[in-house]
Ligand binder design. Sequence first.
Ligand code: CA
Length: 323
Amino acid sequence: MERLVIDTDIGTYYDDAFAVLLAANSPEVQFEGVTTCYGDTELRAEIACKILEFVGRPEVPVYAGIGDPLGEAEALMFGFEGEGIFDDGRPEKKPEEGSAVEFLTRIVRENPGEITICTLGTVTNVAAAIRQDPTFVENLKHLIIMGGVIVPVVDEKGITRSPVEEYNLNNDPVAAKIVMESGANITLVPIDVTLRVPMSEQQIEAMRTARSKSAQLVSRILEPWPEQERLIYLSVGIPTEFTGIWLHDPLTIAVAFDPSLITSARIHVATEFAPTLVPRDLLIRHDILRTIPKKKAPNMNVAVDVDADRFTQLFADRITGGL
Ligand SMILES: [Ca+2]
C-alpha cells in the first residue's frame, strides 16, 4: 500500500479532480490526505471535500494550504473554479483545522520513510515544509512532481507543442527551486510525457454511460470544460486548436503505485532561469524557470516515456468500475 498525500490546485483544470478520483478508487493507495495550493486554497479545499464526499470517501482529510507564491508573483484564479461542482449543493464535509504545511510536516515526521506526496500544482506547500522542518526531506519516502519540461514535444510541422514555461513550476518558481534542489527523493513527471496521455473518445464516452459516481462526476466536470479551456488559452495567448483531455495529474498519481507505467531515467535536472525564446511573443525572457538536463551526477528520477494505452485504460477502468 502506498501511503499517499495529494497536494493540488484542484478546480482550475479538470485533471486534479480526476487525480483525486483515481487515488480514491485505487486499492493500492492508502489515501492519507489532500492539501491545496495556489490562489484561493479555501475554495479549492471545499472542491476537494465535495468530490471526496460525493464518491463516499469523506474520511480523507483535506487541508487548505498556502495561496500566495513565495516569490513576488500573484496567484491567478480564472473565476470558474468550482463551477458545476456545487450544482447539487455545498459539501457537509469541511476542511480540517490547521494548515496544510502543519499537516505535511506532522505526517512525514511521524511516519518516517512511509509517506509519498504527489504535487499537482505549485510546490509552495512542500517548499514551506522543507523550510520549516529540517528533517522533512530525509523522512519523506517519495516526492512525485507533475511539472517541468524535459524533452519538448515538436509536431510534424516543427512547431513546439509543449510549453517551455510549464505552468506548475512557473506559478511559484521560488518554491520550485527550493524543492527541486532539496535533495528529496524526487520523481519528475514532466508535461512532455503527460501530453502523451489524452483520454480517447471511447474512454470519454464510457464515462458518460458508466454508473459509478466517479464517472458521473468526471462527465459533469468535462461538460463546461471546452469554454473554460478557451478562456485559459486566450488569457495566455496560446492557440486553441491543439487540445485534448490530457491526464497530466492522474498519471502522476498512478506512478506512485505502479511505476512500471513509465520509463524513467536517473538524470541531473538543473532548475534555472535560463534565457528562453518565447516564439509567440518573439522575445527572449529571463524570468522563466526551466528544467534542463545536465551531464552531472543524477539528482532525480525523470519520466521519459509512458505506456499510454495501459495507463489511460487503467484510469478509465478504475473510474467507471469503482465508487
Ligand atoms: Ca493541477
